[in-house]
Design a protein around this ligand. Structure first.
Ligand SMILES: *Cc1c(COP(=O)(O)O)cnc(C)c1O
Length: 427
C-alpha cells in the first residue's frame, strides 16, 4: 500500500471522510487523495515523495508560488513577536490601508479569518443596513457555507430557494432567491416582482466554483443598475477572483463599483485572512458603531496578516499580473491547440491567473452548460494527469490556478503531459 493510501485509511478513523474540507476527498473523481508533505514554487510533493506541478495553489492563495521566501520571512518574524493578542495592531491598519488603496470601492474594511465569514457577515450587514430580508444569489456561485447561501433554485420560476445541505432549515433559505448566472432577463423580472424587498444581490463576478465562468458585461452592469434603482446592496464575492484576475479584482476589469466586496484566499497569502468592506456609510452599521454584530477572536491575527500584507506588496511589482496572465494564457492556448490537433471536444479559458478546462466544444457561459460537459472524460483526464505529475482540481466544477512561478518549462511540461493524457483517454 502506498503511504498516501495508508494515511487516507488512518485519517478516516478520526476525521469524517478523512479530510477537513470535502473537495479534498477526491469523491467526484474517485481514488486516493494525495497527502501533501511540502510545497515550493509551482510544485508540491505527496507522502510518497511524488512531485506534482500544482494547479490548485491552495485553491487560489499561492499566487506567488508556494513558500515565497519574503512571505516566509515575514511570518517567521511576526511569530517571534507573539502569536495573537486579542487587541489591535498597527499591521492591521497597514493591511486595511493596502486593501482600500488597491480596491477603491472599499472605503472601509473589516478583517476576518475565512471567506465564509466574509460573505456571511457582508450578507448580515446588507440586511441590517437595508432593513430587508430577501437576497438574490445565482445557481453555481459558491459563497462559503453560511446557512442562507446553501440554497438551490426552487421548483417554480422566481420561487424562493431550497436548502442544498441537510441541517439547514427551509425557514432559513426562504428569503434567498436563486437565479441563473448570466441571465439578465430573469434578473430584471426578479427585481420587477420583489425589487423593494431585496436587501442585496451577491455574485461571483468571475465565477470559479462551477468551473470558470465569466460574467457577461451586460449581466453585471444590469445588476448594478437594478440594485441602485431599488436601493439594494450589490455584493461582489471576490474571495476567489479578487487579486487573482487583476490587481483591482474583477471589479476593475468590468469597471463596476459594488457596494460591498468580500475578499479571501490571495489576501492571506496562505494563512487565514479574509475581509469584507465597501462604502463607509454601509460599514458604519457594523458593531461597535452600529447595530449589526460581527466579531472574531483571531480576526486580523498578526502572523496571518504578516503573510497577507507581504503578499499584497509583492503582487504590486510591475508586470506581475501581465506575467501571470501571459503564463496562464500560454497554458490555455496550448490546451486549446491540443483539442484541435487531436479533434477532441475539449476547450480551455482563462482570466488573469485563473483558468477552466471543459470537456465540451465551446467554453460554457452558464451553469447548465457546465453541467452538460463530459464528466467521465474529465475524471479519466484528471487521473492520467495526476499519474504524469500534474495536479489539477479533483472536480470538473472547480477552476484552476497558475502562480507567478509557473515558468515556460513548467507550462510546456504540462502541455506535453496533456497531449499524452488526452490521446490515451480518447482511444
Ligand atoms: C473559497 C470561497 C469562499 C469561501 O471561503 P473559505 O475561506 O473557504 O470560507 C467564498 N466565496 C468564494 C467565491 C470562494 O471561492
Amino acid at each position: 500500500m502506498s503511504v498516501n493510501e495508508t494515511l487516507f485509511q488512518r485519517a478516516q478513523i478520526t476525521t469524517p471522510g478523512g479530510v477537513n474540507s470535502p473537495v479534498r476527498a477526491f469523491r467526484s473523481v474517485g481514488g486516493t487523495p494525495r497527502f501533501i508533505k511540502k510545497a515550493l514554487g509551482p510544485h508540491f510533493w505527496d507522502a510518497d515523495d511524488k512531485q506534482y506541478i500544482d494547479y490548485i495553489g491552495s485553491w487560489g492563495p499561492a499566487i506567488l508560488g508556494h513558500a515565497h521566501p519574503e512571505v516566509i520571512a515575514a511570518v517567521q518574524y511576526a511569530a517571534t513577536q507573539g502569536l495573537s493578542f486579542g487587541a489591535p495592531t498597527e499591521a492591521e491598519i497597514l493591511m486595511a490601508e493596502e486593501i482600500c488603496k488597491l480596491v477603491p470601492s472599499i472605503e472601509q474594511v473589516r478583517l476576518v479569518s475565512s471567506g465564509t465569514e466574509a460573505t456571511m457577515s457582508a450578507l448580515r450587514l446588507a440586511r441590517g443596513a437595508t432593513k430587508r430580508d430577501k437576497i438574490i444569489k445565482f445557481e453555481g456561485c459558491y459563497h462559503g457555507h453560511a446557512d442562507s447561501l446553501l440554497v438551490k433554485a426552487g421548483s417554480g420560476l422566481l420561487t424562493f430557494g431550497n436548502p442544498t445541505s441537510s441541517g439547514v432549515p427551509a425557514d432559513f433559505t426562504k428569503h434567498t432567491l436563486v437565479l441563473n448566472y448570466n441571465d439578465c432577463e430573469q434578473l430584471e423580472n426578479a427585481f420587477e416582482e420583489f425589487g423593494d424587498e431585496i436587501a442585496c444581490v451577491i455574485v461571483e463576478p468571475v465565477a470559479g466554483n462551477m468551473n470558470l465562468i465569466k460574467a457577461t458585461e451586460e449581466f453585471l452592469h444590469s445588476m448594478r443598475r437594478l440594485c441602485t434603482a431599488h436601493g439594494s446592496i450589490l455584493i461582489f464575492d471576490e474571495v476567489m477572483c479578487g487579486f487573482r484576475v487583476a490587481l483591482g479584482g474583477a471589479q476593475s476589469i468590468y469597471n463596476i463599483t459594488p457596494d460591498l466586496t468580500a475578499l479571501g484566499k490571495v489576501i492571506g497569502g496562505g494563512l487565514p485572512v479574509a475581509a469584507f468592506g465597501g462604502k463607509a456609510e454601509i460599514m458604519a452599521h457594523l458593531a461597535p458603531l452600529g447595530g449589526v454584530y460581527q466579531a472574531g477572536t483571531l480576526s486580523g491575527n498578526p502572523v496571518a496578516v504578516a503573510a497577507g500584507l507581504t503578499t499584497l506588496k509583492l503582487i504590486q511589482a510591475p508586470d506581475f499580473y501581465s506575467h501571470l496572465s501571459k503564463q496562464t494564457q500560454k497554458l490555455v492556448d496550448g490546451l486549446n491547440n491540443l483539442a484541435k490537433e487531436l479533434q477532441i471536444d475539449f476547450c480551455a479559458d482563462a482570466i488573469g491567473g485563473m483558468f477552466g478546462i471543459y470537456f465540451c466544444k465551446e467554453v460554457p457561459v452558464s451553469f447548465d452548460q457546465v453541467m452538460r460537459a463530459d464528466a467521465d472524460m474529465f475524471k479519466r483526464f484528471f487521473h492520467e494527469m495526476l499519474e504524469l505529475g500534474i495536479y489539477l482540481a479533483p472536480s470538473a466544477f472547480e477552476a484552476g490556478f497558475v502562480s507567478a512561478q509557473h515558468s515556460d518549462s513548467v507550462i510546456e511540461t504540462t502541455i506535453n503531459a496533456a497531449r499524452v493524457a488526452l490521446r490515451k483517454i480518447n482511444m
